[in-house]
Ligand binder design. Structure first.
Ligand code: UT7
Length: 333
């Protein structure tokens, strides 16, 4: 069977207009700006408007329109939309179909949401790549778009200082015969036994939200930060090493790593465990905080747009999140 190489054709991002700084947080919860910066690397984050126009599907539409321009494509060229989010506009229908309508796509392309938390974009990327490789589809739109500000407890300083809103997208397709672009290796993994380290047990079929939950604030996301930290660093490093080994490459071959942006100390520890220099790690956590599924595509888009990442560079996506899910991709851009 003929197989095809995969190429990233275009990227885009959207960051909500409102910026919330660490100093602003001092008047919301008992914290201090310096603590947040020193323990997480975060200085500010963007927050979606609650008036509309910046919901996850809106952000995805703006980011996709930019990515389509870069790729020189029109919306109906997309065969598949994979929308990664833990904060979708609504429970039903899925966000990918909402976006399909907003983009004016009329070709009945497949639309699927991915619930893999912070690893969602990388899950989508690897799944869509596999479908392109086999020839099942020609072009896929992969999205990470989150409005976490709706789901964090603004009275819980353990979580609310960490997260931000935003969206990043990539359009991928078959590489031309003459192109060097390719996906060398990819991995998707999960360890469900760590599910309780980061969860939101209220609000599903088992425990619908009641007035008591709202009064106690127990319907929001909750996280055991220290436990997450340990597993995150170990898993990010292991997955990175696995894809590099599978591709038959060495650390010296890697030009850039785009790690999930959850905490600068997680990124530093992961780099140490992998054995790679920090100046190869793309970092933007200071500006956006943790935007879950959106961190990897936003960081990638920024580094491509400002010229750090160039065609032919060897790139590693490395993500980890609630679930506990994880995914890595090693590719030539
Ligand atoms: O995207 C999914 C992946 N996300 C993660 O994996 C997140 C991983 N975890 C983390 O990034 C870190 O564990 C946190 C940033 C969440 C917490 O950092 P930490 O260094 O583990 O802090 P800690 O929880 O051990 O807290 C240290 C101290 C505590 O005080 P005591 O008990 O030592 O007196 C906390 O009460 O800092 C206190 N503290 C704060 N102080 C000011 C906790 N949160 C805050 C705060 N402001 N916001």
């Amino acid at each position: 069977m003929k197989s095809y190489e995969v190429k990233i054709l275009g990227t885009g991002m959207y960051a909500p207009k409102k910026i919330l700084t660490n100093i602003d947080l001092e008047s919301i919860v008992e914290t201090n700006a310096q603590w947040i910066y020193e323990r997480t690397g975060i200085q500010e984050r963007h927050i979606c408007s609650t008036e509309g126009g910046e919901y996850p599907s809106d952000m995805a539409m703006y980011a996709t329109l930019d990515a389509l321009k870069v790729a020189n494509l029109v919306p109906n060229d997309i065969d598949l939309i994979l929308f990664a989010s833990v904060t979708p506009d609504v429970k039903l229908p899925n966000s990918a179909t909402i976006l399909q309508v907003k983009l004016g796509i009329t070709n009945n392309c497949a639309c699927l949401d991915i619930a893999a938390a912070c690893s969602g974009f990388v899950y989508g990327f690897n799944m869509a790549s596999a479908m392109i490789k086999t020839g099942m589809i020609k072009k896929a739109l992969i999205i990470g778009s989150e409005m976490l500000s709706r789901e964090v407890n603004w009275k819980d300083r353990n979580t609310c200082i960490l997260f931000g809103d935003g969206c990043g997208v990539a359009i991928i397709g078959r590489a031309e015969e003459t192109s060097e672009s390719k996906v060398y290796a990819s991995i998707l993994s999960a360890d469900g036994t760590g599910g309780e380290f980061f969860d939101q047990p209220v609000g599903g079929s088992v425990t619908p939200i009641t007035i008591e939950h709202i009064e106690a604030g127990t319907h929001f996301m909750q996280m055991k930060g220290k436990e997450m930290f340990k597993v995150a660093t170990r898993t990010l490093a292991e997955n990175a090493q696995k894809v590099i080994a599978e591709a038959g490459l060495t650390l010296e071959d890697i030009d850039w790593v785009i790690p999930h942006q959850a905490n600068i100390r997680i990124i530093e520890t992961t780099a140490k465990l992998i054995g790679i220099e920090m100046d190869k790690m793309i970092i933007n956590i200071h500006k956006y905080g943790n935007t879950s599924a959106a961190t990897v595509p936003i960081a990638f888009h920024e580094a491509v747009t400002d010229g750090r990442i160039k065609r032919g560079d060897i790139i590693l996506f490395d993500a980890f999140g609630a679930g506990l899910t994880a995914g890595a991709t090693l590719l030539k851009y």
